[in-house]
Design a protein around this ligand. Structure first.
Ligand code: C5P
Length: 303
């Protein structure tokens, strides 16, 4: 994650992610699911600013990064407030772990749609751990940050690892970085309305025979984009379609487009297409935007 200092303030740019593959291996006694998932970072970002706060408590200010994308909806209203907020949970976790009695003022320019499987909340939490480690000069190691990240949520460690793509296992917190060609082109639609991750996992079934991510990794590394598109998979899509009819509407719409492959990301509701190149991604984004199916982004995988 890009982290920089300007005067007394620390800034972090927090990217979104897409799941190109997600298979469920088992339901665990703790209620979580054992996964194998391929995540890639994409060029849709929240920006976070961290400044010392002199008062007794930390403050969080959320701003809509308005005007960045046509059709962009209100972000602030969708973000959980108070103790449910992952950014504030990350602040408290770091204060307790490092024994710090300092407070922070955080401003977030929100661009990543909420409750959409793009992991905006998790990325913001990872950015908070990195930003405060810098602002407060804590010098916590990557291993310590990963330990804190895993305690806060399953997707956070992907953003703490210095990698643009990774196969994530366990409940998602065990990260194996992978090298893929950069600049994979995507078109992403976030329909109106989001889904709760827990609700989607409650609906899912453990398959009798799990699929492996390996053939997809080979296709992506060899640049066989159409083969990669055929090998993409998301075991959470079927249960999500039961909960949100717009996802199956998007699946049918994407089938008629010239894409290498398409599916939902994470636990939804955002749906994406893998495109042969950036030009195609921008052209299809224009078509879908005109159809007013939600927020539409043409983007690519980033480092
Ligand atoms: O870890 P995180 O807080 O993001 O997970 C949200 C919810 O999603 C969990 O409470 C759990 O119900 C579900 N989940 C799951 N298996 C995973 C990850 C999440 O069942 N591997």
């Amino acid at each position: 994650m890009r982290c920089w200092q300007q005067a007394e303030a620390v800034f972090v740019r927090a990217p979104a992610k897409l799941n190109l593959f997600l298979e469920i291996h088992a339901r665990r006694p703790d209620g979580y699911h054992e996964l194998e998932t391929l995540m890639v970072r994409i060029g849709i970002y929240d920006t976070l600013c961290f400044e010392e706060e002199d008062s007794e408590e930390s403050h969080l200010r959320l701003l809509d990064a308005g005007g960045c994308f046509p059709g962009m909806t209100n972000r602030r209203g969708d973000v959980p407030q108070g103790s449910d907020n992952l950014i504030l949970q990350a602040v408290r976790a770091l204060q307790q772990y490092a024994g710090v009695d300092r407070q922070v003022r955080i401003t977030v320019w929100k661009r990543i749609p909420v409750a959409s499987g793009l992991a905006g909340g998790s990325s913001d939490a990872a950015a908070t751990l990195l930003g405060l480690n810098h602002l407060w000069g804590l010098q916590l190691s990557r291993a310590e940050l990963l330990h804190l990240g895993a305690s806060l949520g399953s997707d956070i460690n992907f953003f703490l690892a210095e990698t643009s793509a990774a196969v994530c296992r366990g409940r998602g917190e065990i990260i194996q970085p992978v090298v893929l060609p950069v600049g994979l082109a995507f078109v992403v639609v976030r329909p109106f309305g989001g889904l709760s991750t827990a609700a989607v996992f409650r609906q899912c079934q453990v398959p009798a025979k799990a699929r492996s991510v390996q053939p997809l990794l080979v296709a992506l590394r060899e640049g066989q984009i159409h083969q990669a598109g055929r090998l993409m998979h998301n075991a959470l899509q079927e249960p999500a379609e039961v909960l949100h009819s717009e996802i199956s509407t998007l699946r049918k719409r994407f089938r008629a487009l010239t894409l290498a492959g398409h599916q939902m990301t994470g636990s939804g509701t955002a749906y994406f297409g893998l495109c042969p190149d950036r030009r195609v991604a921008h052209r299809i984004a224009g078509v879908l935007r005109a159809e007013r199916r939600g927020e539409v982004f043409a983007t690519q995988s980033v480092t």
